[in-house]
Design a protein around this ligand. Sequence first.
Ligand SMILES: Cc1cc2nc3c(=O)[nH]c(=O)nc-3n(C[C@H](O)[C@H](O)[C@H](O)COP(=O)(O)OP(=O)(O)OC[C@H]3O[C@@H](n4cnc5c(N)ncnc54)[C@H](O)[C@@H]3O)c2cc1C
Length: 400
Amino acid sequence: MDLRTESPFWLMRSGIVRSYPSIKHSFKTDVVIMGGGITGALIAYYLTQEGIPAIVVDKRKIGMGSTCASTSLLQYEIDTHLSDLTKYVGVQKANKSYLLCVEAIHKIKQIALSLKKDVGFASRRSLYYASSSKDVQSLKTEYQLRKDIGIDLALLNKADLTELFPFSAPAGLLSSAGAQIDAYLFTHELLYTSMQQNLQVFDNTEVVAINTHKKGVSLQTNYGETIQAKKLIMACGYEAQGYLSKKIVDFNSSFAIVSEPFESDDLWFENCLIWETARPYLYMRTTSDNRVLVGGRDEPFYNPEKRDKLTSRKAKQLLNDFQKKFPNLDFRIDFSWAGTFAETKDGLPYIGEVSEWPNTYFALGFGGNGIVFSLLAAEIIRDRLMGKKNTGEDIFGFDR
Ligand SMILES: Cc1cc2nc3c(=O)[nH]c(=O)nc-3n(C[C@H](O)[C@H](O)[C@H](O)COP(=O)(O)OP(=O)(O)OC[C@H]3O[C@@H](n4cnc5c(N)ncnc54)[C@H](O)[C@@H]3O)c2cc1C
C-alpha cells in the first residue's frame, strides 16, 4: 500500500534517527513482530521489559509507514461518542474503553519521560467544541456520561469559549486528559531502549511468506532468510487488512499542514489540543518548536494518486479553516502532507487472535486514537503471552 506522501513534517524534521540492518541470517526467537511502526515498537518495549526475546522486521525503514505521517495527538476521546459506542458494545465495555484510553495516556507519559531522548511528549488539555448548535445537546449528554465514570472535564458554554479563544462555538468539552508526542521519534527511542534488552531489529526486510503450525510460525523474508518463532505479532498497520479474510476497516485520505515556528510559545489557551464535532473533523495542536499543526479535510477514498494530487488544495483549505479560527496568528505553511487513514465501524481497535492465524496476535490500532490503541495492544498482547487476563481483550477482540 502507498500509505502517505513523501515529506511528512516529523520525517523531515528528524530524518534518519537511527539505522538498522536488513536481515542477513536465519533466526529462531520467541516472538517475531511484523512491523516497526509505533505499534511494533511499543509491543517490543513491553515484551523486552519482561525479558521476552523478540525480533522486529519491517519492509520499509523503521517508522516510515503511517507512523511518521501521524499528527500524534494523544486523546482518550474515541472518534465514536461514548453514547454511540454504548450502542455498539454495551455500557460497560464502552465506559471501560474510554477509561482504558485515559490510563493509556498516563502510561505513554511515564514511558516517554523515562527514555533518554526527548520525544516531544507534552501533557495537554483537549477542547472538543460543538461545530454547530445542533451538536450542543449531544455534547451535554457526553459531558454527563463521561463525568459519571470519573473523567475530569468541564462543559463550556458560548461565553466561556469566547473568553478563552478568539473563535466562537456554541459549547465545548474541556478535558484534562490529553497529550501530544512525536510518534516517529518515540518509535525509534522505544526500539533503541529495547535493543539494550533482548530485541533485534531489521528493516528493509519484507516478510514474503508466513507458515503457521502447531508449535509456532515460520516467516520467509525477501532475502531468503527465515525467522522461526513461537508467536507472531502482526503490527503491520493498515496493511494488516490484507492478511484478514473479514473486512474490518474503511480507508480514508487525510491531510495536514504545519506552520513555520512562531516566536511565542503561548499560541492559544494552554496550547491545548482542539477538535470538533463535525465529521470529518478539523483538529489542531502545537509542536515542541512552537509550530502549529492543523489536520483534517478527510476524503472517503483510498487512491494514493488522487490523494497526493489533492494535497496542495487541501493545504490551502486547512490554512483557511485555521485563519478563520485564529485571525491573530500569521500561519505560514512550512510543510503539508497526506496520509491514508483507517477507521473501524465502532471506532475501536482490533487486538487479539483470529482463528485463521494460529499462534498469531493482531495489533491493529485503527482510528484517530491509533497511538493510544497501540499501547493498549502492547499491554494486552504482553499479558496474553504471559498467561494473564487483560480486561481489554474482550472489548477489542475480533469476535465482538
Ligand atoms: C495523517 C494522519 C494523522 C494521524 N493522526 C493521529 C493522531 O493524531 N493520533 C493518533 O493516535 N493516531 C493518528 N493517526 C494514526 C496513527 O498514525 C496510526 O494508528 C499509527 O501510526 C499506526 O502505527 P502502526 O505501527 O500500527 O503502523 P505503521 O506505522 O504503518 O507501521 C507498520 C509497519 O509494518 C510494516 N509492514 C507491513 N507489511 C509488512 C511485511 N509484509 N513485512 C515487513 N514489514 C511490513 C510497514 O512497512 C510499516 O512500517 C494518524 C494517521 C495519519 C495517516
